[in-house]
Structures are given as structure tokens and as C-alpha cells.
Design a protein around this ligand. Structure first.
Ligand SMILES: NC(=O)c1ccc[n+]([C@@H]2O[C@H](COP(=O)([O-])OP(=O)(O)OC[C@H]3O[C@@H](n4cnc5c(N)ncnc54)[C@H](O)[C@@H]3O)[C@@H](O)[C@H]2O)c1
Ligand SMILES: [Zn+2]
Length: 336
């Protein structure tokens, strides 16, 4: 069954009568006719938004809500997010809030969205430069299976960004996957194996099922993100923005160093992580002032509890500590 046949079948099964396609300019330009058969068989409207993180805003959300209202879209309508994590986050948020919630379908076109952002139901917009500040957790009605053909048009930097998140999944869940990433020569779209993507999806779905509200087990998915988000904020302020997965990859390295310093992650595992990350990601030189600012950002992290910074600790390659263990969750990082 083709992708589009599957999509149409699901839409019918879900009792969806009308679809709002949300797509960014870049994806629309590259794949203008991709949804053609859907658009001819099911009543569809389309909204095209500017590409980039700047569109995860209340202004764009409001524009979409207003347009949906003008088109008299009702509870039997669904938002179909066709694109990367930005479109999934924004469209998911709009769908979760419009008329107290209509269905949302994610059709990911970036590696990062295929393995992560399209799944798990976290939706959000940014507010005053604070990423994902306003949002809700609401599971999508359906996520299209990953189609790696889309990766062939992905800019190299975006592919690397998704690869950063892929390294995270390997480190927290699968040593064999780490070994495959480790021995891969060059990062190209063709090198990305569909089984790797499926592994990440299955792992995330399992974790989300156990802990949908991100209170305990789901937090392992944040490995690399405490430092990563702080780096993202720092470099955005410096006017040299990092892609999400780039920041996560560097965050992974710093958080692995912390786990090693805390006597958890063995030295040889740390060396291999360092070698994989530095092979694909340029490591920033951080001044003492940068480090102080990073610590400042980490103190504002959403995962913090009672003023303590929560860092996910890696035990060894393929296994992270759960928050139930006495493992460094809740410890403040002293140095990095
Ligand atoms: N909800 C979650 O669980 C979750 C998880 C991780 C990240 N995110 C969010 O996802 C966003 C990042 O997602 P992203 O990395 O996919 O970025 P993105 O959606 O901004 O896409 C990156 C760029 O790639 C372009 N693009 C998309 N598909 C393409 C294709 N097939 N070929 C060529 N170009 C293409 C886009 O137009 C954009 O310019 C961030 O906002 C992040 O906060 C959410
Ligand atoms: Zn992430």
C-alpha cells in the first residue's frame, strides 16, 4: 500500500471529514504535489507557514485558529502536519486547543521528526525566546510511517541534527545501535537505516506509554537535553543558532562527562562517545562567561525540581538511569 493510500485509509477509519494540511514554505516548495491524491479525494484546506523555529509562535497559532474558524472547521476536522518537528509542534498545539481539541496526524519529513518529534504527543510554541514555553501533551491520532525518501532532500545540517538525536536513542537504549552508528563512515541520507528509525520510535512509544506525562521514566528521553537546551539558548542569543540535534549531541558529550565524573559511566565508554560526537559535530569553544551563562540557563530548565537541576545519567553505552534510582537525578552539576 502506498503512503498516500495508507493515509487516506486512516483518515476514513478515524471518521475525519475534512483535513487542514499544515506545511512550511520549504517543504511545500519541494513536495508541492505530494498530497495531491489526498486533496482530490478528501476535502482539504492548506496553510503554508514560513520555515524555521520562528513560526512556533502565538502569532502563527492565532493565524491558523482564525483561518480554521473562517473555514468553519469543526470537530470532525483534523490537522495534518506535513514537515519537520516545527510543523508537528505548532500544528499539534493548534489541533489540541482548537475547539478544545481536534485530531492531529503527523507526516514527518525530517530525520528528527521521524525518530522523535512526530511521536509522543508533546506539542508547543515558543514564548519570548523561551522554547516550548506554552504547550500541551496530546497524542496524535496517527503518525505516518517514516519514509526515508524525504531525507534525500534534507540539507546536510538538518540530517546531522537528526543524527544527534539518533545518537541519544542509541546511548539510552541500545548498544548494538551505537555500534552501527559508530562504524558508519559518512553521514548521508542513504546511510540512515529504516530499522534505526523504527528502533527509536518503538523505544519512545514504550516509554511514553508507561509515563505519558513526563514525570518519571519518560525523562530518560531528555538525556543530553539539559546542557543541550542551555547551549541552544546561549548560541541563539549570540546570533549563531545551533540546530536542536546539534545542541543535543554536544549536550550528550557534556552530560556523559558528568556521569563519568560521578563515577558512573566507564572511561572507555566516554572515549567512544567523545569520538563519535566529535566526528560529526564541531565542538564549540566555551569561555568562562559562556559556561556561567549555560549554568544560568540550566537553572531555568523545565525538568528542574525544587531548584535542583535534573540531569539524566548514563550508566553505560545503551543504558541510562531511571529517576527512581539514586543516580544523580536531582544533583546539581558542579563542573563541565
Ligand atoms: N515534540 C517533540 O517531542 C519534539 C522532539 C524533538 C524536537 N522537537 C521540536 O522540533 C523542532 C525541530 O524539528 P526539525 O529539526 O525537524 O526542524 P524543522 O521542522 O524546522 O525543519 C528543519 C528544516 O528542514 C526543512 N525540511 C523539512 N523537511 C525537509 C525535507 N524532506 N527536505 C528538505 N528540507 C526539509 C524545513 O523546511 C526546515 O527549514 C524544534 O522546534 C524542536 O523543539 C519536538
Ligand atoms: Zn530533542
Amino acid at each position: 500500500m502506498s503512503d498516500l493510500d495508507l493515509l487516506q485509509k486512516k483518515i476514513k477509519e478515524l471518521g475525519i471529514g475534512r483535513v487542514l494540511v499544515l506545511v512550511d514554505e520549504q517543504v511545500d516548495k519541494l513536495y508541492p504535489h505530494h498530497l495531491y491524491t489526498l486533496e482530490t479525494n478528501i476535502p482539504c484546506e492548506k496553510i503554508i507557514i514560513p520555515a524555521g523555529e520562528g513560526s512556533k509562535s502565538i502569532a502563527q497559532a492565532s493565524r491558523i485558529w482564525q483561518q480554521m474558524l473562517q473555514w468553519q472547521m469543526d470537530k470532525d476536522c483534523a490537522v495534518l502536519n506535513f514537515g519537520g518537528g516545527m510543523v508537528c509542534d505548532l500544528g499539534g498545539f493548534v489541533a489540541a486547543t482548537y475547539k478544545r481539541g481536534i485530531a492531529c496526524i503527523n507526516y514527518p519529513t525530517t530525520l528528527l521528526a521521524m525518530i522523535d518529534a512526530a511521536h509522543g504527543g508533546k506539542t508547543a510554541i515558543d514564548l519570548d525566546g523561551v522554547k516550548n514555553c506554552v504547550g500541551v501533551v496530546r497524542q496524535p491520532a496517527f503518525v505516518m510511517p517514516a519514509n526515508t525518501q524525504f531525507l534525500r532532500t534534507l540539507p546536510e545540517r538538518e540530517l546531522r541534527s537528526g543524527f544527534g538525536e539518533l545518537i541519544k536513542y542509541a546511548l539510552i537504549s541500545s548498544k548494538p545501535l551505537f555500534e552501527e552508528l559508530y562504524t558508519m563512515d559518512t553521514l548521508t541520507a542513504e546511510a540512515i537505516q529504516p530499522e534505526w528509525i523504527q528502533h527509536c520510535i518503538d523505544f519512545k512509544n514504550r516509554i511514553v506509554e508507561i509515563d505519558p506525562d513526563d514525570r518519571r521514566e519518560r525523562r530518560v528521553l531528555n538525556f543530553g537535553h539539559t546542557v543541550g537546551h542551555a547551549l541552544e539558548s546561549l548560541f541563539a542569543q549570540k546570533g549563531q543558532p545551533l540546530a536542536h540535534g546539534e545542541a543535543v549531541a554536544i549536550g550528550i558529550l557534556y552530560e556523559s562527562c558528568m556521569a563519568n565524573q560521578a563515577g558512573m559511566l566507564p572511561k572507555e565508554d566516554l572515549s567512544r562517545i567523545e569520538s563519535l560526537v566529535s566526528k560529526h559535530f564541531p565542538l564549540p569553544v566555551l569561555s568562562a562567561e559562556d559556561k556561567a551563562r549555560i549554568n544560568g540557563f540550566m537553572k531555568q530548565d523545565k525538568k528542574n525540581n525544587q531548584g535542583k537541576i535534573n540531569i539524566v545519567m548514563l550508566k553505560r553505552i545503551g543504558e541510562a538511569c531511571g529517576p527512581s534510582e539514586d543516580n544523580g537525578f536531582g544533583k546539581s552539576p558542579i563542573s563541565f
